[in-house]
Design a protein around this ligand. Structure first.
Ligand SMILES: C[S@@+](CC[C@H](N)C(=O)[O-])C[C@H]1O[C@@H](n2cnc3c(N)ncnc32)[C@H](O)[C@@H]1O
Length: 290
């Protein structure tokens, strides 16, 4: 909520499309709090380049940068549908969100989740509104599906979840007008990236725990083999003449994979944690080919 009077005036008078957009979904690994550290690492002249993200998630860097041209990809079809609907039918999405918010309760959360998983005839705007509603009201904003692809996160405990952020949806919609959206795995980038693109890779991170020794250990279905295939894509796009930036955890395996490139360390502020060992900033790497 804006607190200063200047912010209040801006809030009342600025058309949503002119306001700075920000992510419309909470996303695990979202880069919102790291933007001040990532921005100085962008390549010179980035304003003129196409902005490409193969792991867009909540899109913190895209919405924070507001590029004039973008290609946004993710392997999650429900997420990409949500961005398409917000871009092309924001009014409908907001209308459905208002309906969902007006009847929100723990019981209705489970009814909506059931309908989202079972109903075949939802429009893309209805599906997007349900996706945003479930994201805003589920446990920790997690996105998890079972083997049948059904969303199975339990309800969260929020007193007043901000379900309808109409201005936020309109601002995101305005920014998404410049974006091509594609649902695909990261290797699809090999047929889409062009010389001179700026590409930001933000994959699921390599775990920092001892279990990281197992080569097949997979977090979010992203195993060490995937990290290796991603490095090969990075190397191919380096040769193609793209400007590349990649985030990952600061572990020897990742440093070794990208040893041919420039590696900086940044510290990710961690959310408040009652476990003292889990307080304080967590180091992570930013790999660049420039
Ligand atoms: C760490 S999150 C990205 C966070 C994002 N930068 C943000 O600010 O919210 C990683 C994303 O990669 C996607 N993903 C996982 N495996 C993928 C794959 N093989 N190809 C493309 N995207 C993938 C996930 O759906 C998730 O949205």
């Amino acid at each position: 909520m804006p607190t200063s009077s200047a912010a209040r005036i801006l809030d009342q008078t600025t058309p949503a499309a002119l306001r700075a957009p920000s992510p419309i979904v909470k996303w695990v690994g979202g880069k919102g709090r790291l933007l001040p550290q990532l921005t100085p690492l962008l390549p010179p002249g980035v304003e003129l380049m196409r902005h490409v993200e193969p792991f867009v998630g909540g899109g913190a860097l895209f919405f924070g940068r507001r590029p004039a041209r973008a290609l946004l990809c993710d392997v999650n079809p429900a997420l990409i549908n949500t961005y398409e609907a917000v871009r092309d039918a924001s009014g409908e999405v907001i209308g459905h969100l208002e309906d969902l918010a007006s009847e929100h309760s723990k019981e209705s959360y489970y009814r909506v989740r059931e309908r989202y998983n079972r109903a075949r005839k939802l429009t893309s705007a209805q599906r997007a509104a349900m996706f945003i509603y479930l994201n805003k009201t589920c446990f920790n904003g997690l996105h998890r599906v079972n083997r049948r692809g059904e969303f199975n996160v339990p309800a969260g405990r929020y007193k007043n979840p901000n379900i309808v952020n109409a201005d936020g949806v309109l601002a995101a919609s305005a920014q998404l007008q410049s974006a091509k959206l594609v649902c695909d795995g990261f290797e699809g980038l090999l047929s889409r990236a062009r010389p001179g693109d700026f590409i930001y890779f933000d994959p699921p991170y390599e775990p920092v725990s001892e279990t990281a020794n197992f080569t097949s250990y997979a977090q979010d279905g992203f195993a060490r083999e995937d990290q290796m295939r991603l490095r090969d894509v990075f190397a191919a796009l380096d040769k193609r003449g793209c400007k590349l930036m990649l985030s990952n955890s600061d572990v020897p395996f990742i440093r070794e994979l990208y040893r041919a490139y420039k590696i900086d360390t940044i510290a990710a502020p961690r959310a408040i944690n009652c476990d003292a060992k889990r307080r304080g900033p967590v180091p992570e790497v930013v790999v660049r080919n420039y």
